[in-house]
Write a protein that binds this ligand. Structure first.
Ligand code: MIG
Length: 687
């Protein structure tokens, strides 16, 4: 049951696809107060209530005890106290004796104080007075989330090759460096499906250009890589370089497609290319125009993109630089006043992404002029929409990989997300684990973090553990920043353990893809907290570092340095599969309860739920070679069991054919293993 309450005159956000009639009554569940010209919504939580949601946000699965801001932020230093990250996903669910969901739908900042100021008080403070508030009632949190997901519409569907292992690094400068990356993976038998092209492939950081010096025959290079089972995925930045004669700049200027200053001139911000203009993605013409620009790269054979810097991130503005100059001119360097000195250093290190700059430029939303801060969170989302909509219209029969850094609910229909600039810290591996179900709640199914961490120097053990979790996330991409140590799977000496762990991913792809597709098609979650499947188990509710992955698997990743295993809570009897590689596995039936599970740094523990099965295919070097005519079935059951596997060509958009489902049924099963040849069951050995 969904109710919608309209405040003021909200600008369209494109978040919701189903019409809900506006309620005339006062808002339910929330008490509404006015303070300092702001609307504040309060809800009194019970001691045991859990608060889920907020998508890409810091801290735990249960969001209680802290403040969060829905405000797309270029925040590469994600320490514990940071309250806003790259995405703004203003959906939360209070789960307890009474369960209720709230979606605060507006493009401006929304602050959530979830028991921070006062432990039982949930306090929601939008920074604007024009918004829609959706209140969702349901049987429990999971039910509410499914209703919400239906409200916001079906998630973007990635091509199947995007489930392969992908390698990225900011600083692959030219063809030869990319060839080298591919060669090393192939030589060492480390599976690989894609290599990312960061900003250095462009000519002077100009969007939709390819440096001729570094990629002399780009289409031929794309083909050469395809011949080795590799797709290249170029980055596209939000800012368009100001340069006479550069077609994207010239057209944008001529047809009024950029964001404006209050005097009608084009707004200027400094990003990688130097001075740029920001395309006004909130304008339909701009979206169609910018979307059409991707075509030149598609014509060169490209099949996927990542959109970056679209919060939008700004290193500086002209106004900010003028102010800094003035400040420095008037600064008394001899005052000896520490307060002045701290102010100086603060000012000089806060030239980027300034609030006053976000308040200084304007969008033309198809005739309605809106100041940026009022719609800030819609900017990156509409960049994704620009590309995603064009792909759907221009290539209705082919899926294109697309994901973005900034996002707002609604953009999940056009593309996925990666979680931006994390660090090579153990705590960020744990953050990655906890964030996955929250992202799913908000519609982001094709998602993942920079495995190994983007900033800082990664270590061998951290990368192995992070990959051991990453083999379960749809986007499995190793990415690192320029200047950090090399972080490819071959960069830490002996490669055997890396090749082995990644091989496990490839044997799981048919299952993971099947569960991902079912979640997309049914507005469901692929990553669930245990509480959603074991609602009457009060301990399961408190578990934050184990997740259900689809219908059959529970994972309990190791995320601590020097750990030789970890405690795992089993809410029911399960089968432990301890992987060394795709083919080296050990099994143990485990009883419900708490167990210490040994797992060395080169081992991956995975649990199969009772009476569920997991089909495994043979390991391959890339997704092109995956053979789904033969599976090994792993299961733990004492009765007949069945699994409905979704399988399609992985690239067209024909999702609804009944032929896309295969049923694996196992009867008379009183042991553990089975194998399927030509989709008929042959029994393997029991143990
Ligand atoms: O200011 O393109 O999050 O993945 O490697 C940094 C360079 C710009 C930020 C992205 C990161 C990417 C980097 N970009």
């Amino acid at each position: 049951m969904i109710k919608k309450y309209v405040y003021g005159n909200p600008v369209p956000t494109n978040a919701v696809v189903n019409d809900v009639e506006a309620s005339e009554e006062a808002v339910q569940y929330l008490s509404e107060i006015e303070m300092n010209d702001k609307l504040i919504f309060n809800y009194v939580m019970e001691d045991d209530d859990i608060v889920y949601g907020l998508g890409e946000a810091n801290r735990g699965i249960n969001k209680r005890g802290a403040v969060y801001r829905g405000f797309c932020s270029d925040e590469p230093n994600q320490t514990e106290e940071k309250d806003a990250l790259y995405g703004a996903h203003n959906f939360i669910v209070v789960s307890g004796v009474v369960s209720v969901g709230f979606f605060f739908d507006c493009g401006a900042e929304v602050k959530f104080d979830i028991g921070f100021t006062s432990s039982n008080m949930l306090n929601i403070e939008p920074s604007c007075r024009d918004l829609n508030v959706y209140v969702i009632e349901g049987r429990n949190a999971y039910d509410i989330i499914k209703q919400f997901r239906e409200l916001i519409g079906q998630s973007y569907i990635a091509p199947m090759w995007a489930f392969g292992y992908q390698q990225s690094r900011w600083s692959y400068m030219n063809e030869d460096e990319i060839r080298e990356v591919v060669k090393k993976h192939r030589e060492k038998g480390i599976p690989l499906d894609a290599v990312y092209m960061d900003i250095d492939y462009m000519d002077g950081y100009k969007d939709f250009t390819v440096s001729e010096e570094r990629f002399p025959d780009f289409p031929a290079f794309v083909q050469e890589m395809r011949g080795q089972g590799i797709r290249l995925v170029p980055i596209i930045d939000a800012g368009v370089k100001i340069e006479d004669g550069y077609d994207v700049y010239e057209e944008g200027k001529q047809y009024q497609l950029f964001c404006k200053n209050s005097d009608g001139t084009d707004f200027v911000a400094g990003v990688w290319p130097g001075k740029t203009h920001f395309p006004d993605f909130l304008n339909t013409n701009t979206r169609m125009w910018f979307g059409s620009k991707y075509k030149s790269l598609i014509d060169s054979g490209i099949e996927g993109f990542w959109n970056d810097m679209n919060e939008p991130a700004m290193f500086y503005t002209e106004k900010g630089i003028e102010e800094a100059k003035e400040y420095l001119n008037g600064f008394d360097f001899d005052s000896g006043d520490p307060g002045k000195y701290f102010e100086l250093s603060w000012k000089m290190s806060h030239m980027s992404n300034r609030r006053e700059d976000y308040e200084s430029f304007y969008h033309n939303m198809d005739g309605v002029v809106v100041r940026h801060d009022q719609v800030h969170n819609l900017y990156g989302a509409n960049m994704t929409r620009a590309a995603g909509e064009t792909f759907m219209n221009a290539m209705p029969d082919k899926r294109i990989l697309l994901f973005s850094r900034a996002s707002y609910i609604g953009s999940h229909r056009y593309g996925g997300i990666w979680t931006g600039d994390n660090q090579s810290w153990w705590s960020h591996l744990l953050l990655n684990i906890k964030m996955m179900p929250s992202l799913n709640m908000c519609g982001y199914l094709y998602a993942g973090a920079d495995l190994g961490g983007f900033g800082c120097n990664c270590t061998r053990d951290l990368l192995l553990r992070w990959l051991a979790f990453g083999i379960f996330t749809p986007l499995m991409r190793n990415h690192s920043a320029q200047g950090t140590r090399r972080q490819e799977a071959y960069a830490f000496g002996d490669t055997t353990d890396f090749a082995n762990i990644i091989s496990i991913r490839y044997s799981l792809i048919p299952y993971l893809y099947s569960e991902y597709m079912k979640a997309c098609l049914n507005n469901d979650m692929m990553f669930k907290p245990l509480a959603f499947e074991y609602p009457s188990d009060s301990f399961a509710k408190t578990v934050e570092d184990q997740l259900l992955v689809g219908e059959s698997i529970m994972i309990a990743p190791v995320y601590e340095q020097n750990a030789v295993g970890r405690y795992v809570y089993l809410p029911e009897d399960m089968l432990l599969v301890l992987f060394r590689s795709a083919s080296q596995r050990r099994y143990q039936v485990m009883k419900k309860g708490m167990h210490f599970i040994p797992a060395a740094v080169n081992e991956v523990p995975m649990f199969i739920r009772k009476d569920k099965l997991v089909p495994l295919c043979r390991n391959t070097q890339c997704t092109d070679e995956i053979d789904t005519s033969m599976f090994e079935i792993i299961a733990y059951a004492d009765d007949a069991i069945e699994y409905r596997m979704y399988e399609d060509d992985g690239i067209s958009r024909n999702y609804t054919s009944p032929d896309n489902y295969t049923s694996f049924a196992i009867r008379d099963m009183d042991g553990v293993l089975g194998a399927v040849a030509d989709k008929t069951i042959v029994k393997l050995s029991l143990f």
